[in-house]
Design a protein around this ligand. Structure first.
Ligand code: G1P
Length: 278
């Protein structure tokens, strides 16, 4: 249904300095797997085997991670350690990985537009790998969104209720509730103050976008923080067409912040890593 997923991975990760001085923040491990691999696995589970990375300077480790490492594989071939590489091998075998560089950090909307040559005229997923999403009881968040896309054929954003004191860190939606957990978006605003926020429904880093979004982004002026915001482009799309917001099943960890990263690490260690190793 949807074959391609875009990963904007050009950001600096300043909140994790000095760890991210010479290493991409997307390569920080949550237990034994880099953040970006969780996102890629989620995309692949949703059928999106073509992963398009919008990278930047200093991000080569991401490209290397999704490639064979002959020397290492030769060294551990036939030993017990070999199976430690099985998850990344499966991902590499199933996927196609493409990259383009974003030369200047002009915002998430600009990053997505930079990926246009890798996507083309088709609907696509977007994963912000800072947001680690885990659904122990069923399909991942992107797979849930693909099911909705089959029904509505329009852009869809994943949302979550957040406390009002935290709302200004997010894009926020308002809309008409169509059924439990599904909204037709009327308005969207990037990083509102608690006083002006239209609701407590915050966008998290999972999107399905229809390809007309590229032209809309091209015509979107810089907004919050002086950056070209995907939220503003989606607001335009919601006015002229249709955008849905979906309260997903599962948990989301904000791995762009140190507390969220630690929480994710504890969760994965207790609920996934130890079970897998048992
Ligand atoms: C981005 C988006 C924002 C969204 C958030 C989710 O913001 O611009 O709309 O709510 O991701 O993590 P950032 O976290 O890059 O400031």
């Amino acid at each position: 249904m949807i074959k391609k997923c875009l990963f904007p991975v050009a950001g600096y990760g300043t909140r994790f300095l000095p760890a991210t001085k010479s290493m991409p923040k997307e390569m920080l491990p949550v237990v034994n797997k880099p953040l970006v691999q969780y996102g890629v696995e989620e995309a692949m589970q949703a059928g999106m085997t073509n992963c398009a990375f919008v990278t930047g300077r200093g991000k080569r480790a991401i490209a290397d991670h999704f490639d064979i490492s002959y020397e290492l594989e030769h060294q551990i071939a036939g030993s017990k350690k070999e199976n430690l590489l099985s998850s990344i091998r499966d991902v590499i075998d199933q996927g196609v990985f493409t990259m383009v560089r974003q030369r200047e950090m002009l915002g998430l909307g600009h990053a997505i537009l930079t990926g246009e040559p890798l996507i083309g005229p088709e609907a696509f997923g977007v994963v912000l790998s800072d947001d680690l999403c885990i659904n122990a009881d069923g399909p991942g968040v992107l797979a849930q969104m693909v099911e909705l896309y089959k029904q509505f054929r329009c852009s869809i954003v994943a949302v979550q209720e957040v406390p009002m004191e935290a709302i200004s860190a997010y894009g926020v939606i308002a809309g008409e509730c169509m059924r439990d957990g599904l909204y037709r978006v009327d308005s969207m605003v990037e990083k509102p103050s608690p006083e002006t926020a239209p609701s407590n429904l915050a966008i998290i880093g999972r999107y399905i976008l229809t390809p007309d979004i590229f032209d809309i982004i091209r015509n979107t002026e810089p907004g919050a923080n002086g950056e070209v915001q995907i939220t503003d482009a989606l607001q335009t799309q919601a006015q002229t067409g249709c955008v849905m917001a979906y309260k997903f099943q599962g948990r989301r960890f904000d791995c762009g912040s140190v507390p969220g990263f630690v929480e994710a690490t504890n969760h994965v260690y207790e609920n996934i890593y130890r079970t897998d190793m048992a």
